[in-house]
Design a protein around this ligand. Structure first.
Ligand code: GDP
Ligand code: IMO
Ligand code: MG
Length: 422
């Protein structure tokens, strides 16, 4: 029996999960998404090609890989169809390589409208959702109203769709002044459903467990990050799924005893897109530099990402909740020219320093920093750990000591090749 390895973002998303999954895929036959939906944007770069994947697992471009959209994912037929047609245009046989769980829930056009209406009504306290309908779809899932891929083949699918849509229309009428028109989008949505009928809808928990028993190597690919988890993140400024490791169990039907290595990915600094607390956020030139050099703009929405120093209090919390067995550090190259690099090792709350992640990250919380001397040279061409400058190694080893977790992979650029495996 082979266990399922897991790749998870440990911060507020966009850590570089897409790149890492693509790099690790040669070691795996199956790549499976277990939560989230098209709110994700996972970038892949190889050779002169670049792609942003939203719902399709990041293993799709590797020869011979099987890619599973698990039951815990919410799928927008419009977005998934567009994505698959783009990938198919590259000569990738998507219909052979992609399997969709019958239990994955479907995002309706009116779910997107409900997301937009809810955010508009929240005004200043809005979550900063990607507006892809994620929250309302998970609400219908837990409210036991949702439509699933397995329903697509049933005779009364359209009737059921119309019933749920009517319910949404009724709900939308509560949002006074919110205007919308889904007619055109609904047409594209129905075309998407038709296109996706040509794919294999599977009992994914059975298929995944058969793979496990047959010793097939599986990698579970997380979306978002642990600090956006609906239970453990900075609630209410979170997404609506369990992004932590436990999400693999419920989102794929994998028993906890069958989880293997947990790869926790973090940026050498920190970013966040959307609203919500961010203790180490920088509002000065350094913050702008991180954003400029790191090209920190949302892969889905294009929104500028907020940038700041690495937060070890939050990172340690994610390592704990996720049971991370090895760390992967991304985008270290972005800080090549920095004189000084800071890392938060505690929070000062009411004059007292705490080292654990508190219930609430209040505005008066002050990060306590440890400073490091910058390495001040280009590390993009380095391919062996021994060849990194001493200042860089000091940074890496400090993080390992604080988290109690080895950093096994270091990424120094967006390309597949710009990766050091220790
Ligand atoms: P994901 O959502 O976790 O897959 O991450 P995104 O794709 O949204 O954002 C990560 C961005 O950083 C993408 O544009 C990647 O191409 C880029 N990237 C990944 N690793 C590195 C790295 O080591 N250095 C640099 N400079 N860019 C990287
Ligand atoms: P990947 O997988 C970064 C953020 C949104 C918003 C909050 C809720 O690319 O790392 P939602 O649309 O889920 O209702 O938005 O979560 N968010 C992400 N931020 N990366 C993501 O995905 C994200 N998916 C959602 O910006 O603050
Ligand atoms: Mg992303």
């Amino acid at each position: 029996m082979k266990k399922v390895d897991v790749v998870l973002g440990l911060q507020w998303g966009d850590e570089g999960k897409g790149k890492v999954v693509d790099v690790l895929t040669p070691n795996y036959t199956v790549v499976a998404r277990f939560q989230g939906g098209p709110n994700a944007g996972h970038s892949l770069h190889f050779g002169d090609k670049s792609f942003v994947l939203r719902t399709v697992p990041s293993g799709i471009f590797r020869d011979g890989s099987i890619n599973v959209i698990g039951n815990g994912v919410v799928v927008d037929p419009v977005s998934l169809t567009e994505e698959l047609k783009n990938i198919a245009a590259q000569g990738i046989p998507v219909k052979e390589k992609l399997l969709i769980s019958k239990k994955a829930h479907i995002i309706l056009p009116t779910h997107r409208m409900l997301d937009a209406a809810s955010e508009a009504a929240k005004g200043k306290s809005k979550i900063g959702s990607t507006l892809k309908g994620i929250g309302p779809t998970y609400m219908d899932k837990t409210g036991r109203n949702g439509l699933r891929f397995g329903d697509v083949i049933s005779k009364d699918f359209i009737e059921r769709y119309n019933r749920l849509k009517s319910k949404h229309v009724e709900m939308l009428s509560q949002y006074k002044g919110f205007e919308y028109d889904v007619t055109e989008y609904e047409q594209t949505w129905l075309e998407g459903i038709e296109y996706l009928r040509g794919f294999k809808f599977i009992d994914s928990e059975q298929v995944v467990n058969d793979f496990i028993n047959d010793d097939v190597a599986i990698l579970a690919e997380g979306a978002q990050g642990s600090l956006l988890d609906v239970d453990f993140g900075t609630y209410p400024f979170v997404t609506s799924s369990n992004t932590v490791c436990a999400g693999v169990c419920t989102g794929l039907g994998v028993a906890p005893t069958k989880i293997g290595d947990v790869y926790g990915i973090f940026k050498a600094y920190c970013t966040r897109v959307g609203s919500g607390p961010f203790p180490t956020e920088l509002f000065d030139e350094t913050g702008k530099e991180l954003g400029r050099i790191g090209h920190e703009f949302g892969a889905v929405t294009g929104r500028p990402r907020r940038c700041g120093w690495l937060d070890l209090v939050a990172l340690k919390y994610a390592v704990m909740v996720d049971g991370v067995t090895q760390l992967i550090m991304m985008k270290s190259d972005v800080m090549n020219d920095f004189d000084t690099i800071k890392v938060a090792t505690g929070y000062k709350i009411n004059g007292e320093v705490v080292n654990h992640f508190p219930y609430e990250l209040t505005d008066d919380l002050e990060p306590v920093y440890t400073e490091f001397k910058g390495w001040k040279c280009d590390i993009c061409k380095v391919r062996r750990y021994e060849d990194f400058p001493a200042e860089f190694k000091e940074y890496v080893e400090f993080i390992e000591k604080e988290t109690g977790c080895p950093i096994k992979i270091i990424s120094v650029g967006p390309d597949r090749e710009e990766t050091i495996i220790r």
